[in-house]
Ligand binder design. Structure first.
Ligand SMILES: O=P(O)(O)OC[C@H]1O[C@H](OP(=O)(O)OP(=O)(O)O)[C@H](O)[C@@H]1O
Ligand SMILES: O=c1cc[nH]c(=O)[nH]1
Ligand SMILES: [Mg+2]
Length: 209
């Protein structure tokens, strides 16, 4: 069974609370999304493989550690996932970025795919799937399926806020993928929005309605 990791660091809780506020501007919201993503990235990358290397300091030779193993591919789900890319890229500037375009049909709440561009082969890469909101779970679940169809065999999923309904649906569909949340919220409303949530993350990031 996949792990559910709630990254409830005080700074993450504080910044998510600011993101929830109705009077937080798009500019502040974008900045906060980047900061929370960076902090979550610290936890998500904890499992990266390392190896020992010889280094020479001005004082003497010693043994250091460097990241080894799988190359990282960041995959934001458009649009809102874009708000998490800068935070992760700051930690891993060399990571490639693939994009999956999905929007949720407002009537059926089912995700509709409109774009997909991946940086080559996904097999044997560490793929980090990014979307701030996990509501019904349909979008994250379909995106992970699409990545697997394209060869991805090591995936982590990262969302700022999740609803219990979405967590359950995602873990049922992808029991092999660890899921990282900044906060687990209470429930969905009748329109599939997270409560208390923060509204529509894409609209808040980009100033649309
Ligand atoms: O778990 P789900 O029920 O699938 O809902 C979550 C999805 O809804 C939002 O995207 P949205 O459809 O609003 O697209 P946008 O990012 O372009 O605003 C959000 O960013 C997720 O991708
Ligand atoms: O609460 C929600 C649910 C889906 N998508 C969002 O952006 N917010
Ligand atoms: Mg949206």
């Amino acid at each position: 069974m996949s792990k559910l990791i709630i990254t409830d660091h005080p700074l993450i809780q504080h910044k998510i609370t600011l993101m929830r506020k109705t009077d937080t501007s798009s500019m502040q919201f974008r900045q906060l999304a980047t900061e929370v993503a960076t902090l979550m990235g610290y936890e998500v990358t904890r499992t990266l493989q390392t190896r020992e290397i010889e280094v020479e300091t001005p004082m003497e030779k010693t043994t250091g550690v460097e990241i080894s193993g799988k190359k990282v591919v960041l995959v934001p789900i458009l649009r809102a996932g874009l708000g998490m890319v800068d935070g992760f890229s700051q930690l891993m500037p060399g990571a490639r970025v693939g994009h999956i375009g999905l929007y949720r049909d407002p009537e059926t709440l089912k995700p509709v795919e409109y774009y997909c561009k991946m940086p080559g082969e996904l097999k044997n890469r560490q793929v980090i799937l990014l979307d701030p909101m996990l509501a019904t779970g349909g979008s994250l679940t379909d995106a992970a399926t699409l990545l697997k169809e394209r060869g991805a065999d090591h995936i982590q999923a990262v969302c700022l806020i999740g609803a219990p309904e979405g967590v359950e649906a995602f873990q049922k569909a992808h029991p092999d993928i660890d899921l990282y949340l900044g906060h687990l919220d209470r429930q969905l409303n009748d329109h599939g929005y997270i409560l208390p949530g923060l509204g529509d993350a894409g609209d808040r990031l980009f100033g649309t309605k």
